[in-house]
Structures are given as structure tokens and as C-alpha cells.
Ligand binder design. Structure first.
Ligand SMILES: Cc1cc2nc3c(=O)[nH]c(=O)nc-3n(C[C@H](O)[C@H](O)[C@H](O)COP(=O)(O)O)c2cc1C
Length: 372
């Protein structure tokens, strides 16, 4: 790997009020190192190291909105309340001090259980009281609960802007609350938040996006993270065709999401190979083509195995970036998020830029045990 070969990753990009120096994004990654839900000095130093290491845009770990059962692990940080928000202020000041850019990923875990077996004291909520098809968990949300949740997302986004963050990402992926509305397997509602079409089941997300947009103003970049796959069902798909993908995503872009963060486990996998072949556009490529939005891709960049394997305890070795670079040279998508490689090594981006292929590390699950 040489510095010239990766130059497509190091082009600047302007998104509304945010100027990014390069195309590398730190993927949002839950670390559960926020005791009592409060981020502090250790979290600020962790993110600061990624800014110093040349990441263009840092997305925080998922951080939850002000709803009674919005998180599923006790070490997940809040994004509400004076104590947590002053911790986040410390984080963004540290990142800005190192010349970085950052947005929090705002989240509600819906009816997904955490890994540790911990349960929130409050009643767990989701569109239809389901974790997955035929798996009841928690209660179906009332219209009042939905309205309060929409408002809580907007309030968190407004707080992000007033603390000085450069952007905000709404977590609409991976089978958590927003995605539970999208998915027919978990949304059986008969009111205006349900329906047989993906367009109808996107109404909740559309209301959240519109409420965030009006809370943060017209120019503040708003990222929406989406995925076809669910942790409840890796094979689930919300959009089987480009037309359905347009029905799903275009109204959300029109509601005010100007960046779509298209989550895949392996970025090189084609989204609709029947249409454009085995080397066809990936999810972020299709989302960009169909909606005109700026898109972020993600999934196993620089590593041999995917992240679900990592949760099963598998290590991954470092692999070359040729496939990524050629897609970015074609502007198939605009930005690339990097997850585990940046958990192992805060200097990953700087090493890629310098062409230091031998310095790039793989990923060992043991790295999850501390904030390196
Ligand atoms: C430890 C860990 C925690 C994660 N937490 C989140 C999260 O809070 N929000 C989210 O959207 N994705 C989360 N993910 C998924 C990552 O953002 C990313 O999509 C995934 O790791 C694939 O990228 P990678 O192959 O480069 O690691 C997490 C992944 C890991 C490994």
C-alpha cells in the first residue's frame, strides 16, 4: 500500500456547515465505558486519540435519548440530563482541540436485549411489543409514547448542536427501535405508523428526521444510519428492489436526512447483483444513486472477518485496501466508516495515509475490554 494509492480516501468533503479533511469516518461503536450513563475524561481521551490519529469524522458510540427504557446495557451513555451532557461537552472540546470533527449517534434500543442480561427497570417499548416475528418482548407503544420519543430525539439533536458537535447521526439500523418500525417482522401496527408497505412503515422515522431537522436548522448535517440486516435476522431485507429502496429512503432524505449511512457487514457485497452483477454497486452505492444523498459505506474495511464474528470471539487480520480505494475512486459512495480497525488502533487513518501497511494491526476481541 502506498500513500498515492489511497489518495481517494484523503480528499476533503463539505457537508452543509461541516468541512471534512478526508473520507474516513469512525463507525459508531458501543463500548459500555460510561459509568452511570455519564461519559467522562477517559471517553474524551479515547475520542481525542482518534482525532489525533487523522480520522476525518468521528461518530460516537450509540448514546440514548430521554425515554424510560431507551438503553439495554448500564454502561451505555445518556444523551440527556446536565451531568451526561457536560461529559459530552468535554468529549467534543477534546476532539476539537485535536482538530477533529464529531457527531453523537442518538439511539433507542427498543426491544433488543443487551449482551450482559441487564434489564432496564422501566417497561421495554417497541412498535408492536415484539423483538422479532413471534417473539414477544415489552409493550407496543401508544401514540403518546411515539410522540414523546420523536420529541426526545429532536431534543437530543438540539443538544448536540448547542454543545458544539459538528453533526448528529440517528441510529435507524440493526433491528433497534427505529428499524423495528421499518421491519414488517416487528411492526404489526394498524394505525398510521404501520402498514403493508415500507413507505408506510417509514412514517415514524420520517417524523423523527423532520423533528430533528427543525430542531437543528437547515444547514446542520443530519446522518441517518440504516441497514437491511437485523441482528435478529441477518438475512432480513427491507427493500428487495431498487424501487422499494427508493420508497424507503427517498422520503427520509426529503424529510431532512442529508447523509445516509448504509450499514453492511462487508462493504464489497453487491446490493442487487441480479441487476448489475457480482461487482455491482453496494448498498451505499445504490442509496446514493437512488436518492442523490451523500452516503457512507462500512463493513470489514481493512480486516479479514466481519464484526459479528468478532462478537463470537474471532480475531481478524489486517488486509489491503485496494477494493475500497477503487470504489472510492469511482465515487460509488462518498465516505467510508471504519469500526474495529479503529478500536485496535487510534492511528489507523494516519498509518493508511503514510502507506504504512506493515504498521496496520488486525483486530482481537480482547481489545473490547479497554479504551485504548
Ligand atoms: C464493539 C462494537 C460496538 C458497536 N456498536 C454500534 C453502535 O452503537 N451503533 C451502531 O450503529 N453500530 C455499532 N456497531 C457496528 C459498527 O458501527 C460497524 O458497522 C461494524 O463494526 C462494521 O464495521 P467494521 O467491520 O469496520 O468493524 C458496533 C460494532 C462493534 C464491533
Amino acid at each position: 500500500m502506498t500513500a498515492i494509492a489511497t489518495s481517494a480516501l484523503f480528499r476533503p468533503l463539505r457537508l452543509g456547515t461541516m468541512e471534512l479533511p478526508n473520507r474516513i469516518v469512525m463507525a459508531p461503536m458501543t463500548r459500555t465505558f460510561a459509568p452511570d450513563g455519564l461519559p467522562g475524561e477517559a471517553n474524551a481521551a479515547y475520542y481525542r486519540r482518534r482525532a489525533e490519529g487523522g480520522v476525518g469524522l468521528i461518530l460516537s458510540e450509540g448514546t440514548v435519548i430521554d425515554r424510560p427504557a431507551s438503553r439495554n446495557e448500564p454502561g451505555i451513555p445518556f444523551f440527556h440530563g446536565d451531568a451526561a451532557l457536560s461529559g459530552w461537552k468535554q468529549v467534543i472540546d477534546a476532539v476539537h482541540g485535536a482538530g477533529g470533527r464529531m457527531g453523537p449517534q442518538i439511539w433507542h434500543t427498543g426491544s433488543v436485549s443487551g449482551m450482559s442480561g441487564w434489564e432496564p427497570e422501566a417497561v421495554i417499548e417497541s412498535p408492536s411489543g415484539l423483538l422479532a416475528p413471534d417473539q414477544p418482548r415489552g409493550v407496543a407503544m401508544s401514540e403518546e409514547a411515539i410522540a414523546d420519543t420523536v420529541a426526545a430525539f429532536a431534543k437530543a439533536a438540539a443538544a448536540a448542536r448547542s454543545l458544539g458537535f459538528d453533526t448528529v447521526e440517528l441510529h435507524g439500523a440493526h433491528g433497534y427501535l427505529v428499524d423495528q418500525f421499518f421491519w414488517s417482522g416487528t411492526n404489526h401496527r394498524t394505525d398510521r405508523y404501520g402498514g403493508t408497505s415500507i413507505r408506510e412503515r417509514s412514517r415514524f422515522a420520517g417524523e423523527v428526521v423532520a423533528a430533528i431537522r427543525s430542531a437543528v436548522g437547515p444547514d446542520f448535517p443530519l446522518i441517518l444510519r440504516v441497514s437491511q440486516w437485523k441482528q435478529q435476522d441477518y438475512a432480513a431485507r427491507l427493500a428487495e428492489t431498487p424501487d422499494l429502496m427508493t420508497d424507503w429512503l427517498l422520503p427520509l432524505v426529503e424529510a431532512g436526512a442529508n447523509v445516509l449511512h448504509c450499514s453492511q457487514r462487508r462493504f464489497w457485497e453487491p446490493e442487487f447483483p441480479d441487476i448489475d452483477g457480482e461487482n455491482g454497486l453496494n448498498f451505499a452505492g445504490w442509496a446514493k444513486k437512488l436518492t442523490g444523498a451523500t452516503t457512507i459505506s462500512v463493513g470489514s474495511v481493512g480486516l479479514s472477518g466481519d464484526f459479528m464474528a468478532a462478537f463470537g470471539g474471532e480475531s481478524s487480520t489486517s488486509v489491503g485496501l485496494d477494493r475500497l480505494v477503487s470504489r472510492m475512486e469511482r465515487d460509488e459512495f462518498d465516505l467510508i466508516a471504519v469500526g474495529r480497525a479503529l478500536i485496535s488502533d487510534p492511528r489507523w487513518a494516519a498509518k493508511v495515509r503514510a502507506g504504512d501497511a506493515n504498521g496496520l494491526k488486525g483486530f482481537e476481541p480482547a481489545a473490547l475490554g479497554e479504551l485504548v
